[in-house]
Design a protein around this ligand. Sequence first.
Ligand code: NAD
Ligand code: UD1
Length: 338
Amino acid sequence: MSKILVTGGAGYIGSHTCVELLEAGYEIVIVDNFSNSKPEALKRIKQITGKDFDFYQVDILDREALGKVFDEHGDICAVIHFAGLKAVGESVAKPVEYYHNNITGTLMLIEEMRAHGVKKIVFSSSATVYGVDNTVPYVETMPTNTATNPYGYTKVMIEQILKDVYVSDNEWSISLLRYFNPIGAHSSGLIGEDPNGIPNNLFPYIQQVAVGRREHLNVFGDDYDTPDGTGVRDYIHVVDLAKGHLCAVKYVLENKGVEAVNLGTGNGSSVLDILHAFEKACGKELPYKITDRRAGDIAWCYADASKAKKLFGWQAQYNVDDMCRDGWKFIQQNPNGL
Ligand code: NAD
Ligand code: UD1
């Protein structure tokens, strides 16, 4: 009982998790439509691990194609569900596309899982579900119904759907993993974050400044109520995050029920902390300008990470310097992405 279906496995977090799954001895099957990733990522997973796996270029909205994957792999015992669209700004401009892809896609997946008797799922949720009304550190028991954008609402709603699925059938085992800010790359430098177009997120933007693809970083506001005035986030090494999925898979395989779990370090770093840590890693100064705040941003976001430790025996191992070292290695080796 060790074959895991990974949706969105060619993506940033998915590819790192597939490496950890293969290295831990799991068999995997990946489904991805490459809407935000490239086939090269799959080659790199094989290169790092020396292991092979089946891949299907399938859109999870295509229920029939998804069903065939389950038919061909009758021994799938659990699903890790990464597939989804994730750009906050784009979700405001294209709410229908976001709700359809993320929510309808998840419903199709749940239906096919049910049809094939697979009732164990690890879902990629986000700290975004804590919205703007809660105060840090965020604890899993806080209310999570006040997202600030359609992307965030897809996470809130999918969490609710999965909770209701469990209520309807107590045979299910569901892990709702609320990620904080994953950054960095695999230590090989072979896989990492490779966004299309201008990066929305801080770390890939800094990476591109470091290799000269962007002139300078825009720091979105230095007048927040934080130690240096810039926004504070709980950055977590993507490999730590990937290892958290191994713990979650083991947990859902051995238990029933539904659990929301934060995956963060419990520590906050400011925008300038990350910039300076990256400067240390790459050995040069990186130009930046202070600009206006970005709409929808909050001052503070960090996890209470104690539940993951208690439930999974998991805690993050890497610090911000490790994240920057590995992120620098990836972008040096792949200055124009994968
Ligand atoms: P990503 O875009 O790199 O990976 C998502 C993958 O899913 C991509 O390879 C994409 O091609 C695929 N995909 C999207 N829609 C699909 C569909 N309909 N059918 C098949 N494949 C599809 O993103 P990521 O950073 O690896 O994030 C993975 C998951 O974690 C997402 O659900 C995201 O919302 C969530 N998450 C990410 C972050 C973050 O900071 N990266 C934070 C919180 C939550
Ligand atoms: C964002 C999303 C969140 C999503 C996560 C991962 C918003 C409001 N939140 O989180 O829902 O789950 O990405 O995709 O978009 N910053 C700069 N300059 C930049 C980019 C960012 O100063 O060019 C600052 C931001 O103001 C913030 C910090 O860096 O203080 C981190 O930003 P980012 O990497 O975009 O992540 P979040 O906003 O935390």
